[in-house]
Design a protein. Structure first.
Length: 541
């Protein structure tokens, strides 16, 4: 029967630890999924989405207690032996994770990694494996696939790495494809391409897809059905159109309403310029041959000019590889560049390490991944207070803790937790810690490099409100680097759009959002807002 469920979860429960240390991650989750359909599991971090997905092929760590039933093709996977599970994993059931760089082996070529999946599940012979690998790479949209076989993960862009992960997942034509936040860290145009690719492949192979995400714009485009999770339980489930048109549960309503709101104030040309750059270039030499002769250059930033004023935000948007982050690092003098860079009117483009050190407290940066930028070995008080040790060495231990406490209060954290470690906090809390680390030195200029891209929608909105409040309170100048145009619209008074190192369009945010002039800007905006607004049935490339 066509409507017979391929997958059924019946009263699934997952508990980590035992006794007083037991933590219930999933409680009483039930749903079903048929071939050819997509079910989106939606909820904030910690809601139990990924744990639910990992329970299906039983990929949770040893010692985890799993209750209930997971019926796949009529078999209860929770009672299946390890041999049966190994036969299913990577073949009938496959999974793609959020960050492909951590999922791919950095020491092995793309050909070897895809080939391993094929050989384990029955494809034999070097020629057959190579031919099938090229076919898969072509199928997922990798250009010149035969030439990419010898590439390593670090030689591919984020979108290309995610396509390789999808190729690995599709290698053995699975019945069930599990996608765990596969587009979160991707640019909007690449995100749209990956979603279109997944939908096309699903249609071609007739596979069922379990799609885990916190981005409701994607759910609206991709899913047939939705299950909303909160604190390990499904609080609302139904057809996607019904959920979006008339959400019944207060949590679902809150999720749908959780989007960065408000518009940035109009740019004030009379405000004091904090940072100004003129014709900034960052070119990386291309060297070839035995003697490493320079034969060209990668023009990461190619002649960028702009002004960031007190109390205002300049948003820098563009795809991966457009030069956004490189521009921010050049302004902070963290990489070499050519062209004029001035801080409060004083040229600093020729400043070296020692000359820049006194300015570091005034020019700070917040990175995209707070977990990667916070040392797991340091407590929160040491992480936030590290800059105080360097730039305010006369502060005593108690005064330093007091300054850290003030910074934590400013970013909405309880100072009582300052002696804990990063792993004890959620993603949103870790990002607040990273912001506190920058703000404790009372800077005048802050580079914000994708600070909200990996966060839940509701947490994104909170961080945007926090950054806006801090800016108003302290008159901060922000350079806000992002591919999320909703966040940029809420924060930036001016925008520059970058592509291949050059500025293709710049001006007041309200003007550009209302009527983008450059074809690339129009394409970028169309990809972002098409994902947000179009109904699932209308998904097109």
């Amino acid at each position: 029967m066509p409507d017979t469920p391929l997958l059924e979860l019946q009263d699934l429960s997952v508990t980590f630890g035992t006794g007083d240390a037991a933590s219930v991650a999933v409680a009483g989750v039930s749903f079903s999924l048929v071939k050819g359909k997509t079910l989106a599991l939606v909820g904030e971090s910690g809601s139990g989405k990924s744990v639910t997905a990992l329970s299906i092929p039983r990929l949770l760590p040893p010692g985890t207690h799993i209750g209930g039933r997971v019926i796949f093709r009529g078999q209860d996977l929770l009672t299946a032996n390890e041999k049966s599970l190994r036969a299913l994993r990577g073949s009938a059931i496959t999974m793609v994770f959020q960050e492909p760089m951590t999922s791919l082996n950095p020491l092995h070529s793309i050909e070897r990694q895809i080939g391993e999946i094929l050989s384990i599940h029955g494809t034999h012979g070097a020629k057959a494996i190579r031919a099938r690998t090229v076919e898969l790479l072509e199928e997922v949209g990798i250009r010149d696939p035969a030439e990419r076989l010898g590439s390593y993960p670090h030689q591919l862009s984020g979108g290309q790495r995610q396509r390789v992960m999808i190729a690995m997942a599709l290698a053995n034509r699975p019945d069930l494809f599990i996608a765990d936040e596969p587009t979160t860290a991707l640019d909007v145009t690449v995100q749209a391409q990956i979603l279109t690719l997944l939908k096309g492949l699903q249609s071609r192979y007739g596979m069922a897809m379990l799609f885990i995400t916190h981005d409701l714009g994607i759910v609206r485009r991709l899913a047939d059905d939705v299950a909303v999770m909160q604190k390990g339980r499904i609080v609302e489930a139904g057809h996607a159109r019904t959920i979006f048109a008339a959400p019944a549960h207060p949590y679902t309503q809150a999720l749908l309403a959780a989007e960065p709101k408000g518009l940035a104030p109009a740019a004030d040309p009379a405000a004091t310029p904090v940072v100004s750059v003129e014709d900034v270039k960052v070119w990386f030499p291309i060297k070839k041959g035995l003697f490493r002769k320079t034969v060209g250059a990668v023009k990461a930033v190619d002649g960028v000019s702009m002004v960031v004023r007190e109390g205002q935000t300049v948003g820098v948007v563009g795809e991966s590889g457009s030069g956004k982050t490189t521009l921010g690092l050049a302004i902070l003098r963290l990489i070499s560049s050519q062209g004029r860079i001035a801080y409060l009117g004083k040229p600093i483009e020729s400043f070296g390490f020692h000359e820049m050190r006194p300015l570091r407290r005034h020019m700070q940066i917040v990175f995209q991944d707070p977990y990667g930028s916070l040392s797991p070995r340091l407590s929160i008080v040491d992480i936030i207070g590290e800059g105080l040790v360097l730039h305010k060495a006369k502060l005593g231990y108690l005064d330093r803790r007091e300054a850290v406490a003030r910074a934590m209060v400013d970013v909405g954290l309880d100072p009582a937790v300052m002696d804990r470690y990063p792993h004890e906090f959620s993603g949103g809390q870790r990002q607040r810690i990273a912001i506190a680390r920058a703000m404790v030195l009372e800077p005048k200029f802050v580079v914000l490099d994708e600070p909200t891209s990996a966060l839940d929608m509701s947490v994104q909105a909170q961080i945007v409100d926090l950054l806006r409040d801090l800016q108003i309170k302290r008159g901060l100048a922000y350079l806000f680097i992002s591919h999320d145009l909703r966040v940029v619209r809420a924060l930036a008074s001016d925008i520059i759009v970058m592509r291949y190192g050059k500025v293709v369009e710049s001006g007041a945010a309200t003007d550009i959002f209302a009527a983008p002039k450059d074809p690339y800007t129009r394409e970028l905006f169309a990809a972002a807002f098409r994902i947000d607004t179009a109904p699932a049935a209308d998904f097109t490339a």
